[in-house]
Design a protein around this ligand. Structure first.
Ligand code: GLC
Ligand code: CA
Length: 551
């Protein structure tokens, strides 16, 4: 089947975590005007749309993912007028704007919840999930994704409410048609404003199992991709379907076997998903190195499930919830840092799907050498740290684990320059700047033709200029090779092959029979200043792209 064309299949996305992008008014916190100021930078990089994480009114218990008013901009970030300007200026440059849609839960300060908790008889009571306690405890043993019980006791009405995340993030009750009606009205309000789509937060959690459900291996199973969710998602899809927008669901717990149901071309709920399979391979407490075979399997399962026009997907290696990919999957060591960041870029940007680059990834930003828990802001990480201490883990050990897993690793301010506050702000920002801003920053990388930044630009340009890299078939070669990730893209006569050594050691390979590298033209390589020795020998983290020469 031919793949149907769409703008959101051709564009490359860029995720902005506004708090850490650029501060223009000197309060140490990034803002909407900061995004406006960098639109040219994004245009130059080749970005077709931005996804902005929540900028709505919020008490910021979970940095904006606890929304108290869906239709207002948090004053720290700016005003609605500034948002409108941002939208207009982005559109003028041909950059679309995707908003974060957080509708699994609200803030406990949202007027709906304030009403809901005020009385059992309140008109808004059923906007949230309330239940009686059992004996002297919560309604059941379900635990929150952010640690502790998923139930919070509310004295005023002597009942518990459910929260999948922090206790200040009560879950909306999607079984209540009024909730859906209000949520859909809000969605249309933003679409009428002209935004180009949504990244739909935590959407696999909107359906809850019956409260009697006992948790087994996976403590979050009773509220993760639970049967019956399809009814809610179909209604949501019907709202989205009215417009030509990009929708990407965050889908923890959804496997490749369900890919077609969720993002199939005809009836899928979203255009694409952020799946968790490949990312969970390094979401471990201890650094174990990358299992290249498993990594290829995870990515390939999704590529194949959606191949030949069956559906589409989102491609990513980083976001605001996970540590920096170069630290987890590549290497921070000086000799490997640059090559490994480039190798990782090629391991997702040219697959079939819509790539999302997370701010700072394009310059190879790394994890933060946190010195103390006081330098951590993220609520889940703090809970996790203190839980570890309670169970007897030594503070040094707990900190070491945190250093590798904390979400704040990727939330440190964007490194624009080597200046004191990295060109991000005029004062000490809300989260400490990584000391490596001296060597890792936009300004220096712009000037260096071999920088990671310029390599990203080249890959994006290559993708834009070759339809085979967008709409072509995907083939995995050498699936059992423990170091190399080799894949092909093909559209009619147009053929590309991408070869990446994802290890710190030299790797050699017998190339697939139909890939005689001698007949191919090398179009991209991350070997700077060195010549390829032998076509079948790969230096640590060496990565190449070949194009088949049509004689
Ligand atoms: C998503 C967001 C994360 C947030 C959570 C709760 O996973 O990406 O940052 O904490 O949802 O809204
Ligand atoms: Ca600011």
């Amino acid at each position: 089947m031919m793949i149907k064309k769409a703008w959101w299949k051709e564009a490359v996305g860029y995720q902005i975590y506004p708090r850490s992008f650029l501060d223009t008014n000197g309060d140490g916190i990034g803002d909407l005007n900061g995004i406006r100021a960098k639109l040219d930078y994004l245009k130059d990089l080749g970005i077709g749309f931005i996804w902005i994480t929540p900028v709505y009114e919020s008490p910021n218990v979970d940095n904006g993912y606890d929304i108290s008013d869906y239709q207002r901009i948090l004053s720290t970030f700016g005003t609605m007028e500034e948002f409108d300007l941002l939208l207009e200026e982005a559109h003028e440059l041909g950059i679309k704007v995707i908003m974060d849609l957080v509708v699994n839960h609200t803030s406990s300060q949202h007027p709906w919840f304030l009403e809901s908790r005020s009385s059992r008889k309140d008109d808004y009571r059923d906007y949230y999930i309330w239940a009686d306690g059992q004996l002297d405890g919560p309604p059941n043993d379900w635990t929150s994704i952010f640690g502790g019980s998923a139930w919070e006791y509310d004295e005023a009405t002597n009942q518990y409410y459910f929260h999948a995340f922090a206790k200040e993030q009560p879950d909306l009750n999607w079984e209540n048609p009024r909730v859906k009606r209000d949520v859909f009205t809000m969605i249309n309000w933003w679409l009428d404003k002209g935004v180009d789509g949504f990244r739909v937060d935590a959407i696999s959690h909107i359906k809850k199992a019956p409260l009697e459900t006992v948790t087994a291996d996976d403590p979050f199973a009773p509220f993760k991709n639970v049967t019956g969710i399809e009814n809610h998602l179909e209604e949501l899809r019907d709202v989205f379907k009215q417009r030509d927008i990009l929708t990407v669901g965050e889908a923890n717990g959804v496997g490749a076997n369900e890919a077609q149901q969720w993002v199939g071309t005809e009836a899928g709920y979203f255009n694409m998903l952020f799946e968790f399979d490949h990312i969970s391979l390094w979401n471990k407490t201890e650094q174990e190195g990358l299992d290249v075979i498993q990594f290829k399997q995870a990515l390939t399962a999704w590529q194949q499930a959606l191949a030949h026009g069956k559906g589409w997907n989102a491609l990513y290696m980083e976001n605001h919830d996970i540590p920096r990919s170069v630290s987890s999957f590549g290497s921070e060591e000086t000799v490997f840092w640059r090559a490994s960041a480039k190798a990782l870029a090629l391991s997702f940007l040219l697959l079939q799907g819509t790539p999302f680059i997370y701010q700072g990834q394009e310059i190879g930003m790394t994890n933060m050498p946190f010195q103390s828990i006081d330098e951590i802001d993220a609520v889940d990480t703090r809970n996790f740290y203190y839980d570890m201490l309670q169970t007897g883990v030594a503070p040094e050990k707990a900190l070491e684990i945190i250093r590798q897993t904390a979400r704040d690793n990727s939330r440190t301010p964007m490194q624009w320059t080597a200046e004191e506050f990295a060109g991000f702000s005029k004062r000490q920002p809300w989260l400490k700047i990584n000391p490596n801003k001296q060597s890792i920053n936009v300004l220096d990388e712009q000037a260096d033709p071999h920088s990671i930044l310029n390599f990203y630009k080249e890959i994006i340009r290559l993708r834009r200029e070759n339809e085979a890299l967008i709409y072509g078939d995907y083939t995995l070669y050498l699936p059992e090779h423990p170091q190399l990730f080799v894949y092909g893209r093909r559209l009619g006569e147009e053929r590309f092959v991408v070869l990446i050594n994802l290890s710190k050691e030299f790797a050699s390979a017998d190339l697939p029979e139909n890939v005689h590298i001698e007949d191919w033209e090398l179009v991209l390589s991350n070997l700077t200043g060195r010549k390829i020795q032998q076509h079948t020998l790969f230096a640590p983290f060496e990565a190449r792209v070949y194009h088949f020469r049509n004689e």
